[in-house]
Unconditional design. Structure first.
Length: 201
């Protein structure tokens, strides 16, 4: 009789422990870790801080929840440096368990991190880099894979050749309307020409 009671007690404890462990595993699966890739140091630090602060406010507004998932935001400083930025991206995946990423500012660090995204199978969304090399690589992977790059999900910023023409057309139209009457026409361009391609501001 005592054995029967002990066996029943063991079965009850097992029945309680199994669902508990399953619930713990389920709870762990409900946390989704996302990289916000922005330069918070270096020459573009102001822009990077604005990106970081905007992302933080948005996730705070939704309570860091999307559906049943708790979103853990991982801020990664791309530093405007391809080598350092890509290394930081890799560390966020390997040490902090990042599962996806979004945003950037400088094209170089994102291009350098592209191979890491493919290797680690981490999708990255909403890319702002204007580098032509990004477009070339996108088209190359699209041609090779028959659809689109599997982990570089979106690119939202035009290359300099397209963007600067729009600005020029807007200024010309404004002047033609008579609303803009400049005493002089002086244009200043700032650019970055490096191994990772050309960017212009």
């Amino acid at each position: 009789m005592r054995i029967g009671k002990k066996l029943l007690l063991c079965l009850m404890i097992t029945a309680l422990l199994v669902p508990a462990s399953a619930m713990m595993a389920s709870a762990q699966e409900k946390v989704f870790k996302v990289i916000c890739f922005a330069p918070t140091t270096g020459g573009s630090a102001k822009s990077g801080e604005e990106i970081k602060n905007a992302a933080t406010m948005v996730f705070e507004k939704i309570g860091h929840k999307i559906g049943d998932y708790k979103i853990e935001l991982i801020h990664v400083d791309e530093q405007g440096d391809p080598a350092k930025g890509s290394q930081a991206y890799l560390e966020a995946i390997e040490r902090k368990g990042a599962q996806a990423g979004f945003m950037n500012w400088n094209s170089g660090p994102l291009l350098a991190a592209w191979d890491i995204m493919n290797m680690k199978k981490v999708p990255h969304f909403f890319v702002l880099g204007d580098n032509q090399k990004m477009v070339d690589r996108w088209n190359k992977e699209k041609k090779e894979m028959g659809w689109k790059p599997p982990y570089m999900m979106t690119k939202s910023w035009p290359v300099p050749a397209k963007l600067t023409k729009i600005y020029a057309d807007a200024i010309a139209a404004w002047e033609k309307s008579g609303k803009f009457k400049p005493a002089k026409k002086i244009v200043a361009l700032a650019g970055e020409d490096q191994d990772w391609g050309l960017e212009m501001m």
